[in-house]
Design a binder for this molecule. Structure first.
Ligand code: PLP
Length: 452
């Protein structure tokens, strides 16, 4: 039966099927412009996507140039100039041993490819029993069924539980604010998490485990949580000892967001397989990528000779051209220095504004990737009642005050409390950073006043 359009205003299936969001009609650097002329300071780049802000002339010109030459050619028949050049730029120097790249259309696809390549690698190595994957609770690795199986985010998984793969299990996340005991040192916390991971390998049988999957700095599900020092060295050692792979999900925290091109550079380790997406193309085109080590790709090349996976829009020329220009711009304009410097300023301003706030329990992050966690009680770290939907109230108050930010949380499952994620474009000025924190402060206080 045809449903009258007026009932939902829009035929687009938006995230909310009850409300139609306002249209964005323009962008200008760190600003987004709504159809009513409302200007929104985009302090999270959407969901940590728009690393160069909006309508960057270099990227628009690169897309136009590529579109005028060739928009699409199927990868069964052709490679393309931008795909080859982008691959050379990303892995030509084999960072951390990652020598090959597989271009897809987004983060979930990059994770699916990572899981499948890990599995295929072990089959071709003659270890077909390795089919188990260990991830962490309270993690998000994407919404396709493989990626959702990897994720440990209970409310996202629940409706689809019968469809998810039982090959994934989950251990405690390296989330010090909630998981570290008060009487425990950071080193002891890391040792406890490592012991738990080791125990999980033993429970599954180490010879059955293909890989451990984790985000170096946890984004959406927790609000910019870096791991305690030594954690990634410990998990790398456990994976090595058991011959399993380490897959790092840098879909959100990668491509410069934390101040180094790859977040793992700050951990003193490197992965075997890595997924990237958001900051790769900065939102100018849908693109993600899986980076893989020469050893893994070489094993498959010398075995069956083909990665048994694929999508129609692999290595899309326009997407690769956009991402190539984004990456050239970041490098040529030395924007990672900017990420570090503005990141220090953002941290300082957040601490000044919220450090003594009675409902801000934690301020955490790295580079231009910061989160604040709202708590009902700082002493007990008790979250607000999820029914209050504090994060949504903050989002609405911020929007009304001209700030786009990325609040989340407040669900009754393992996702702890309400938090706000900030991921400003790398081009943000010092004035923009001050304005972000000022507007966020007003929004947080107004939302808290709302709930009494
Ligand atoms: N992995 C992480 C860490 C993410 O934050 C996301 C998206 O937010 C994904 C994977 C999925 O990426 P996409 O939404 O592009 O499929």
């Amino acid at each position: 039966m045809a449903v009258p359009l007026a009932a939902h205003k829009s035929r687009v299936m938006h995230r909310s099927l009850r409300e139609t969001p306002p249209k964005a009609v323009g962008g200008e650097g760190v600003w987004l412009i709504g159809e009513d002329g409302h200007r929104i300071l985009d302090s999270s780049g959407g969901a940590a996507v728009s690393c160069l802000g909006h309508q960057h002339p270099r990227i628009l010109a690169a897309i136009a140039k590529q579109a005028s030459k060739l928009a699409y050619a199927h990868t069964s028949f052709f490679s393309s100039e931008p795909a080859e050049e982008l691959a050379e730029r990303l892995v030509g120097h084999e960072p951390g041993g990652l020598g090959y790249v597989y271009f897809v259309s987004g983060g979930s696809e990059a994770i699916e490819a990572s899981i499948k390549l890990a599995r295929q690698y072990f089959i071709e190595r003659g270890e077909p029993k390795r089919a188990r994957f260990i991830a962490r609770r309270q993690s998000y690795h994407g919404n396709t069924l493989g990626a959702l199986s990897a994720g440990g985010n209970a409310w996202r998984r629940e409706p689809y539980a019968p469809l998810l793969s039982p090959s994934f299990s989950h251990v405690t996340p390296a989330f010090a604010y909630h998981e570290k005991r008060d009487d425990e040192s950071e080193a002891a916390f890391v040792a406890r998490l490592a012991a738990e991971l080791e125990a999980e390998f033993q429970r599954l049988g180490p010879e059955n485990v293909a890989a451990f999957i984790a985000e170096p700095v946890v984004g959406a599900t927790a609000g910019c949580v870096p791991a305690p020092e030594g954690y990634f060295k410990a998990v790398r050692e456990i994976c090595n000892r058991h011959g399993a792979l380490l897959i790092l999900d840098e879909v959100m925290c990668g491509m410069g967001r934390t101040g180094t091109l790859h977040a793992w550079e700050q951990e003193g380790i490197s992965p075997d397989i890595q997924a990237v997406a958001k900051g790769l193309g900065g939102g100018y085109q849908p693109i993600g990528a899986m980076l893989a080590s020469g050893n893994i790709v070489g094993t498959v090349r010398n075995g069956s000779g083909a990665f048994q996976h694929g999508h129609t829009y692999l290595a899309h020329p326009l997407a690769c051209a956009a991402a190539l220009e984004v990456q050239k711009t970041i490098a040529e304009e030395k924007l990672l220095d900017q990420v570090k410097e503005r990141g220090r300023q953002l941290e300082q301003r957040l601490v000044e504004r919220f450090g003594n706030h009675r409902h801000v329990g934690d301020i955490r992050g790295r580079g231009l990737f910061w989160g604040i966690e709202l708590v009902a009680d700082r002493g007990t770290r008790q979250s607000f009642d999820p029914k209050l939907k504090l994060h949504q109230r903050i989002k609405s108050a911020a929007f009304a005050g001209g700030l786009g930010c990325y609040p989340s949380g407040g669900t009754a499952d393992g996702q702890r409390g309400d938090h706000v994620l900030l991921a400003p474009p790398y081009i943000a000025t010092s004035g923009d950073i001050d304005m972000i924190v000022e507007r966020l402060g007003v929004a947080v206080d107004s939302a808290l006043k709302d709930i009494g």
